[in-house]
Design a protein around this ligand. Structure first.
Ligand code: GLP
Length: 239
């Protein structure tokens, strides 16, 4: 497990972009897993800048979103809407689970199969929720969990209230790749920024692994980088 601590959000965006562009440079048809949330927004904007400047080329890259809300497809808070707004770079393909599939369990299982058929994720980029969730694997998610429909916690729904307009408008359920699916990625880049993430980062990295902190399962991965700004790293005691 590598832990890289950088000064602030700007440095984090720059370093994360370095790592993403390096994967695309090494393998033209690389496959990425991508998260939503506030943390990756500066990363996607830096990625856009480098692509426009011709420093990074993602045209061969296929990307898979790691989760989606079960919501009306027109809802402003879907991850599809998020990527349309924030990820303004030409990719070979961006795959997302549908927000309103007729058979959600079957749909998300088929989506995980699609990831495998694409050759698996070369790099899965992730953020962490303040309750330790990764993608939509909420507390209680086991290490062997697979792609599935999940009930979202109030804490996670609160974090998304502004993108849906109000807490009541945030869907109660989501679709997610499971922990076991995420661990199959060849490499993982876990990003966290801000003082509000310091406690959960310390628990995920240094407390005993448990489904109470789903991100702690990532420690089983042989090629994971925790990219943290100083504020998010502040409560680590051993690093
Ligand atoms: C969301 C997403 C996750 C994301 C997490 C952290 O619920 N489903 O993929 O990593 O929350 O978000 P943020 O970066 O806004 O703290």
């Amino acid at each position: 497990m590598a832990i890289e601590i950088v000064a602030d959000v700007t440095a984090l965006a720059s370093r994360a972009t370095d790592l993403i562009c390096a994967v695309a440079a090494r393998k033209h048809q690389a496959v990425l897993g991508l998260p939503t949330g506030a943390t990756p927004i500066p990363v996607y904007s830096e990625l856009g800048r480098r692509v426009r400047d011709g420093i990074c080329d993602l045209r061969g890259v296929s990307a898979f979103a790691v989760d989606e809300f079960l919501a009306s497809a027109e809802s402003p808070g879907t991850n599809a809407a998020f990527f349309e707004t924030h990820l303004r770079v030409p990719l070979r393909a961006l795959h997302l689970p549908e927000a309103a599939p007729s058979d959600p369990e079957r749909h998300i299982a088929a989506f995980a199969d699609e990831v495998r058929r694409a050759g698996g994720l070369d790099l899965c980029v992730l953020g962490i929720g303040t309750n330790g969730h990764i993608a939509f694997n909420e507390p209680g998610s086991e290490r062997d969990s697979r792609a599935r429909v999940v009930q979202l916690t109030l804490e996670s729904r609160r974090a998304h209230a502004s993108s849906f307009g109000a807490l009541d408008a945030v869907p109660p359920r989501g679709l997610t790749l499971g922990i076991a699916d995420l661990l199959e990625s060849r490499a993982i880049l876990m990003m966290a920024s801000g003082a509000h993430k310091a406690e959960i980062v310390a628990r995920a990295v240094e407390s005993p692994q448990s489904s109470a902190v789903p991100a702690s399962w990532l420690r089983d991965h042989g090629d994971i980088t925790w990219l943290l700004d100083e504020a998010a790293a502040a409560m680590l005691t051993q690093h």
